[in-house]
Design a protein around this ligand. Sequence first.
Ligand SMILES: NC(=O)c1ccc[n+]([C@@H]2O[C@H](COP(=O)([O-])OP(=O)(O)OC[C@H]3O[C@@H](n4cnc5c(N)ncnc54)[C@H](O)[C@@H]3O)[C@@H](O)[C@H]2O)c1
Length: 354
Amino acid sequence: MDDVNFSIVGCGRIGTRHAEHISRLARLNSICDVDEQALQKMKEKYPHVNVYHSIDELLENDKDSQVINICTPNGLHAEHTIKALRADRHVVCEKPMALTVNDAQQMIEEAHSAHKHLFIVKQNRFNPPVQKVKDVLNKGLLGKIYSAQINCFWNRNERYYHDSPWKGTKNLDGGILFTQFSHFIDILLWFLGEVDLNTIAAFSENFSHKDTIEFEDTLVAVFKFKNGTLATINCTINSFNKNMEGSVTLFGEKGTVKIGGQYLNVLEYQNIENFKIEEIKEHRPANDYGYYQGSMSNHDKVIENVLDVLKRNGKVAVNGYEGLKTVEIIEHIYNSLDKKEVSSTVFNQSITAI
Ligand SMILES: NC(=O)c1ccc[n+]([C@@H]2O[C@H](COP(=O)([O-])OP(=O)(O)OC[C@H]3O[C@@H](n4cnc5c(N)ncnc54)[C@H](O)[C@@H]3O)[C@@H](O)[C@H]2O)c1
């Protein structure tokens, strides 16, 4: 296989990153968006590309693209992925893979029946400190992991939500665990394995975004992994004025490590029995969207993985099943919130009856 042809569906902020890396590492053949301005902006940069206004139009007319990169709002990932798989294309799907386990399952089944690859974008797994800690865990150097913490203190203001109207909606965005913090959950699952879903408890509030978003701006959750590790998630988009921290900390029998910075890009703390993680030189910047910053800009690694799989029979870095595991725990956390609301309503009614 010579050049692999890619198409991008959704030419917004992250679609633009995909385009940069695809055009450097392979060939960008077509782009698709429902927004004419987004299309024109990208066409100016890549004048040779074919331009389409819907995924159906793209799949019908562009027969050369082997890979379709889905960079549309979260709630459209399942529909767009399934269409592309049914049209016999490989799919690179942005995180979160889907907003429900049902949708994620269907995406996996469609990929199987089409005999096509489904790549889920989790580029933070390639962050150098994350890779080093994964290696330490694989070698058992931390011993039993007693507890783990995800702390995410970011800022997402009114302007952020205004600029992408789908963000903040229940149907297309889904919640801060899906859009802002799913990377952190993915890393924890990658490190520690399966969560005992029956142990999940969570609380959430919308403190300062009531006029802007349809869900929480702050959430805390506790749960237990099947291996016994206790875990907490403490996250908010109310960090005053700017992002403050995005970290994963592990307390093990033989060591403590904290990967932090704002985007899991810095090894902030290590104290391991008879071992030291060597100095990490490469500190890549985050994806910079002007007035706010997102996760690490490692999308080149994602495209390289696609090329490795298609050209050299390599292994898919993050497959559909791994994408589903993150969706599953987020769905359980949100369901546990709904259950609490229901039971407190029943309780209040019984008091009124007395
Ligand atoms: N991997 C990461 O770190 C990372 C970072 C940012 C965003 N994302 C994910 O990427 C996706 C897009 O996020 P974004 O920040 O680029 O959003 P965005 O709003 O900047 O871009 C989304 C684009 O999709 C287009 N679109 C909407 N409906 C469409 C349809 N039916 N067909 C074709 N195009 C359509 C919009 O017009 C817009 O241009 C989301 O799922 C988000 O979670 C991932």
